[in-house]
Design a protein around this ligand. Structure first.
Ligand SMILES: [Zn+2]
Length: 67
């Protein structure tokens, strides 16, 4: 939700990750979806949080073009 003032990009992507618990997580960049996913894991699935790494999150996440 940050406003960078940079609107020159042609395509805007966002990242969507469906957690097995049914929660849909979204982020506007790779870094953000990783952050959001880890925050969710630590909050809701603390026993799983240590098993996941950035690459696992990105492997499961889908990058979608923003309309
Ligand atoms: Zn979950």
């Amino acid at each position: 939700m940050s406003t960078t003032g940079d609107s020159s990009k042609e395509l805007q992507f966002h990242w969507v990750l469906d957690c097995p618990c049914g929660t849909q997580l979204t982020g506007s960049s790779e870094d953000e979806i990783v952050e959001v996913a880890f925050a969710h894991l630590r909050a809701e699935h603390p026993d799983m949080a240590d098993d996941y790494e950035r690459e696992h999150i990105l492997f499961m996440a889908r990058r979608l073009v923003r309309p």
